[in-house]
Write a protein of this length. Structure first.
Length: 406
């Protein structure tokens, strides 16, 4: 079992007092779906309520063993694998802990605090994601209430995370009896949660920028992963990008691409001036029904990959039975390939890692990367203004970057 990020919350005003002693409560969070992109919010929120870091327990990465051992016989009707796999996570938190969990917290996330908010129509979660907790819960309630039988309280707040102003009330409505919280405490804890999430996202974007800056300075290619946040789960995305990284190609994920003004202006500035798009995060030129948060981000990532010279290859990951991804396959491929960037899709990912076929495809990708990357970089460089902001501090060497990462 994994307990993440053991540091104390910092900054912000002091918590409302007096508050209940919750230091003995253990809270389990199924590490599934959009918890992968909001985990730091949950850490910040719970710590602010007085839950000790070591008592915030995320379930393990998804695995076939987890599903077999803890989710067997609990399946419900959903056929999309990222949702189906949640049974194993619930079961692990109920049956697989040395130290008992008191509360399972499994949010129904309706909308996401995406960096694209304000530039797109909406930032909603996939409906299967939103309803996933209720769906999976049913498998643990069909004969008896397995949560109650094991002395566990089940909390599943319905959350519009894209609208921070309504989240405290949504939290309060669901958690008031379970955690014994009042509205003021919820407001304070929600603020702490968003603060932690923002800080984490910035750290990750800065790290991606360093990787991309190194590629620019050394004139070396990197690979962009276009997938949903939960494809970072080794049991959902099957670590395909790690297999490629082992061949020496740096990897960046679209969720953590840098969005600094200087870089965005370099990549999209000419198109903004020409009024082809309203901003660097506008995707209306390629995707008009911009309601789904993760889909929007995938389309935007494809646009970045098409333009950023040192991203010479895109790995497109998609899960079995994903209805949300189906309409995006052709547009993302066409966008990415428009200026010659390599595009490889791994679709229909399910519970089993097809290791043999992945290995053969990785060898193919490595071959194409080695053969065509220089050409792709040159071809894309001539389409952009000469003053790449990543080359401004050219005196920084690879060693400096490496030491920053320590
Ligand atoms: S976006 Fe696709 S993979 Fe994700 S929950 Fe929805 S249908 Fe399943």
């Amino acid at each position: 079992m994994q307990t993440w990020f053991g540091k104390k919350a910092s900054g912000g005003s002091p918590p409302p007092s007096p508050r209940k002693d919750r230091s003995g409560l253990r809270v389990g969070i199924p590490k599934v779906l959009n918890v992968w992109s909001t985990s730091q919010f949950w850490v910040g929120f719970l710590r602010d309520l007085g839950i000790e870091s070591e008592n915030i327990v995320f379930s393990s990465d998804t695995s076939e063993e987890q599903g077999r051992e803890f989710g067997k016989g609990r399946g419900t009707v959903d056929c999309c694998y990222p949702v189906k796999s949640i049974s194993g996570h619930y079961g692990e938190l109920i049956f697989g802990q040395k130290k008992k969990i008191n509360i399972i917290l499994s949010p129904m996330i309706y909308s996401l605090p995406s960096f694209m908010r304000g530039h797109v129509s909406e930032t909603l979660a996939c409906t299967r994601v939103m309803a996933g907790p209720e769906n999976i819960k049913a498998g643990f309630m069909k004969e008896s209430d397995v949560f109650a039988d094991n002395g566990i309280k089940y909390a599943s707040p319905f959350l519009s995370m894209a609208e921070p102003e309504v989240v405290p009330k949504q939290m309060y409505d669901c958690l008031k009896d379970i955690f014994g919280v009042d509205l003021a405490e919820c407001e304070h804890a929600v603020e702490a949660g968003y603060r932690e999430l923002r800080a984490f996202n910035k750290k990750m974007r800065d790290a991606s920028r360093e990787i991309m800056a190194w590629c620019a300075r050394e004139n070396k290619p990197c690979v962009l992963v276009l997938g949903r946040p939960y494809h970072m789960d080794p049991g959902i995305g099957h670590e395909i990008e790690s297999d490629l990284q082992a061949h020496g190609y740096p990897i960046v994920w679209l969720q953590y691409l840098p969005i600094d003004d200087d870089l965005m202006n370099w990549i999209f500035g000419e198109e903004i001036k020409a009024k082809k798009i309203r901003s660097a995060l506008d995707i209306s030129d390629v995707w008009t029904s911009s309601n789904s948060s993760n889909t929007n981000e995938i389309l935007w990532g494809a646009k970045v990959a098409a333009r950023f010279p040192w991203i010479t290859c895109v790995l497109r990951l998609s899960s079995y039975e994903c209805g949300m991804d189906q309409p995006t396959y052709t547009p993302t491929q066409k966008i990415v390939e428009a200026a010659g960037t390599l595009f490889f899709k791994f679709g229909d990912l399910d519970s089993t890692k097809p290791a043999g076929s992945i290995r053969i495809r990785i060898e193919t990708i490595v071959h194409y990367l080695a053969k065509y990357s220089d050409q792709i970089i040159q071809k894309k460089l001539v389409l952009l203004p000469p003053d790449c902001p990543l080359l401004a501090g050219k005196e920084k060497t690879l060693a400096a970057v490496a030491s920053n990462e320590k």
